[in-house]
Design a protein around this ligand. Structure first.
Ligand code: CTP
Length: 403
């Protein structure tokens, strides 16, 4: 990243204070940041604060004669290697999606010939409103990059997606956007689509309880990131985990197995499917609408379980079947034997089997066996990131060989 320069547009939101931290982090990595502070952004942080951390002039007005004579807005938009909008408000997203330009930020966004990366931040209801959904869809179609928003508690007291990504996550997305040109050169999966699932599913018992499991999502997230780095257009369908969204990957969050199946079906077609999620095999027959209470006569409620759809088997048998279908087999006993049987039963091409009797779930390392029609390969123990990279390399070899 050293030597690169960023044009950072700071929109009006409480998350604007995090942009100061972002500028500092960029500076630590030798990246120069010039900032535009919108009028609304200026209600949250001052141009003096921005200039103090960036060491550069902070631009605010479109019709400022001094600024225009020193550096016109067209030049400002093109001098940088990447344009980053953080926080990206509903207003800025709407203007860019609709082609409006009535201030310095929106004019610069239309005038740039560089990639644009947005870090949205807004109230959860605003983020979910049909108009903002439309803006986001249009912008994605136009090739605008996104990082976040994350789920979490908001300054307004509500909870849900809408929190701006953390400065380090934005930094990773910037790094990736800047490096994308270089990565493309040795990206064997360019032009291919990958669908990855990760994390547990949660099956509600009542509004406050659920059946779940210990899956951390780390292995699935590492695989999605590795496939994206290898050039694949990657969609990650994730159950509830506390991991940040990997930059450059399209992330859909779900809760239950049935939601995960629907999200996978909506994301097809794909060239490769990697089912790393720990999908709950069963769910309570029905979820109570109100909290189950302890009765005075100490009768314990019986929860009747029904079987969840098998996502892997369903997608492997569908008319939209990806060319390469990869399942996981988390086993505590007879790891390889069970996984070989699972491969046949579920119609997968490969099964990645791992022994989860130790502290694999939530840990950083993994020891897996790759089971295919050719037999069983035992991989040495490595980090989950390395497993992701090795798997992406094998997927690329196989898909390219078959292309
Ligand atoms: N899987 C799935 N849908 C389910 C259950 C599992 O798609 N309802 C997928 C997992 O994502 C994984 C593979 O199937 O890729 C194997 O999961 P695992 O839990 O090990 O297998 P089970 O089907 O639960 O078999 P068993 O209970 O015999 O271990």
């Amino acid at each position: 990243m050293r030597g690169k320069s960023i044009l950072l547009i700071i929109g009006g939101g409480i998350a604007a204070y995090k942009s100061l931290e972002l500028i500092r982090r960029l500076a630590e990595r030798g990246v120069k940041t010039r900032a535009i502070l919108t009028k609304a952004g200026g209600e949250f942080i001052t141009p003096l604060a921005v200039s103090s951390v960036s060491g550069e002039k902070t631009f605010q007005d479109l019709f400022n004669l001094t600024d225009e004579s020193e550096m016109g807005h067209i030049e400002l938009s093109r001098a940088a290697d990447l344009v980053v909008v953080a926080p990206a408000t509903a207003d800025l997203m709407g203007k860019l999606a609709g082609g409006l330009a009535n201030d310095l930020a929106s004019t610069t966004l239309l005038a740039t010939d560089k990639k644009i990366l947005l870090a949205p931040a807004m109230n959860v209801r605003m983020w979910q409103s049909p108009s903002v959904r439309r803006s986001a869809q249009t912008l994605k179609k136009d090739g605008v990059l996104f990082v976040g928003p994350n789920d979490g508690e908001m300054a307004c007291g509500e909870f849900g997606p809408g929190r701006m990504a953390e400065p380090l996550e934005i930094l990773a997305a910037i790094e990736q956007a800047l490096g994308a040109a270089h990565i493309k050169d040795n990206a064997p999966l360019t032009g291919m689509r990958a669908l990855v699932t990760a994390g547990p599913t949660r099956e509600p018992v009542d509004p406050v309880r659920f059946l779940g499991n210990h899956s951390s999502g780390k292995q699935g997230y590492a695989i999605a990131e590795a496939l994206m780095r290898a050039g694949a257009e990657t969609t990650l369908i994730s159950g509830p985990v506390s991991l940040p969204a990997p930059g450059g990957v399209k992330l859909t969050r779900v809760t239950t197995a049935r939601e995960m199946l629907a999200a996978c079906e909506a994301a097809l077609p794909a060239d490769v499917l990697v089912m790393a999620a720990a999908v709950a095999d069963w769910r309570p027959d029905f979820a109570a609408n109100s909290k189950l209470k302890k009765s005075t006569d100490r009768v314990v409620p019986l929860i009747k379980l029904v079987e969840n759809p098998d996502i892997l088997a369903t997608l492997a048998a569908s008319s939209n079947r990806p060319r390469l279908v990869i399942g996981f087999a988390a086993e505590t006993d007879d790891v390889v034997e069970n996984a070989v049987a699972k491969r046949a039963r579920k119609g997968a091409d490969w099964i990645i089997a791992n022994d989860v009797s130790g502290n694999v779930m939530g840990g950083e390392r993994n020891r897996v066996h790759l089971i295919s029609a050719k037999g069983v390969e035992d991989w040495p123990e490595m980090t989950k990131t390395e497993v992701g990279a090795q798997l992406a390399a094998r997927i690329a070899e196989t898909l390219k060989g078959a292309a």
